[in-house]
Ligand binder design. Structure first.
Ligand code: GLP
Length: 249
């Protein structure tokens, strides 16, 4: 394997370990009076990690007062109140239940007018840099091999930008949107290079649906057709898998 993999019995056990690592990072930053900058992901894969972080907040007093977050992506166009928005998802699964300061939450804004998007994406990238850079990036993986919404064809040097969604990605999202015709055709996403600059990367994958893309990502050569293969270039990336997602390795 070209990327370090850790395989767990199930996604629950795995998610607890990942949440522990994040909590540990937040606490160690706090002891040094520093902010902890987290890159966060949506989709079904990270949900149990967020549940565990919320539990630690409630039961163990884990505070997010020193945490700044940047989400990977958002559909475009997309209103924040829309239940399919990643804005809604993040508040529902995490932000509404913890003590993070609202001004420390950054999610790409799917309501920015098209003609302002270029500048908006440059500013998003700049804001990550000014915050000190991502300490930890949580990732899922799409069946196309996308991370964030960096679809096949994404360059290793790509930054935050607007992209066109792959047909497979839109079809995988169609049940959330009540049919593929309702799935937005575009999205705003952090770039491959934005992700690779994170000091630590953890990618989550559960279930047999992900087994083949995990094999291609972990064993194949780096190439734009499977953008997740670029994670092979990172020195501190781990794939956290359940047994089904690791079945083809
Ligand atoms: C979406 C998100 C990705 C996510 C992927 C996989 O396309 N933009 O960030 O990794 O879906 O989703 P899931 O975790 O539900 O399998």
């Amino acid at each position: 394997e070209k990327i370090h993999c850790e395989i767990f019995k199930n996604s629950m056990e795995a998610s607890k370990i990942v949440a522990q690592e994040i909590a540990q990072l937040i606490r160690s930053k706090k002891e040094r009076n520093k902010t902890c900058v987290l890159g966060l992901a949506t989709g079904s894969s990270p949900i149990k990690v967020y549940e565990e972080l919320v539990r630690m907040h409630r039961e163990e007093g884990l505070s997010f007062a020193n945490v700044v977050t940047f989400n990977l992506d958002e559909y475009y166009p997309m209103n924040k109140e829309n239940k399919q928005s990643y804005h809604y998802f993040m508040h529902q699964h995490l932000f509404n239940h913890i003590d993070i300061l609202p001004e420390n939450v950054n999610i790409p804004d799917g309501t920015i007018p098209l003609e302002e998007l270029n500048q908006y994406c440059i500013d998003y990238e700049m804001k990550i840099k000014e915050s000190g850079g991502l300490d930890f990036q949580l990732l899922g993986i799409g069946r196309t091999g996308h991370v964030g919404f960096n679809e096949p064809g994404s360059h290793v040097n790509s930054g935050t930008r607007i992209i066109t969604l792959d047909h497979i990605t839109r079809s995988d999202a169609s049940s959330d949107f009540n049919g593929i015709d309702n799935v937005p055709k575009r999205a705003i996403t952090m770039g491959v290079s934005t992700i690779l600059r994170s000091k630590r990367i953890v990618l989550l994958a559960w279930g047999q649906n992900k087994a083949s893309i995990i094999k291609r990502t972990v064993q194949g050569d780096t190439n734009s057709e499977v953008p997740a293969t670029f994670l092979q270039n990172h020195t501190n990336a781990t794939f956290v898998l359940d047994q089904s997602a690791a079945a083809d390795l």
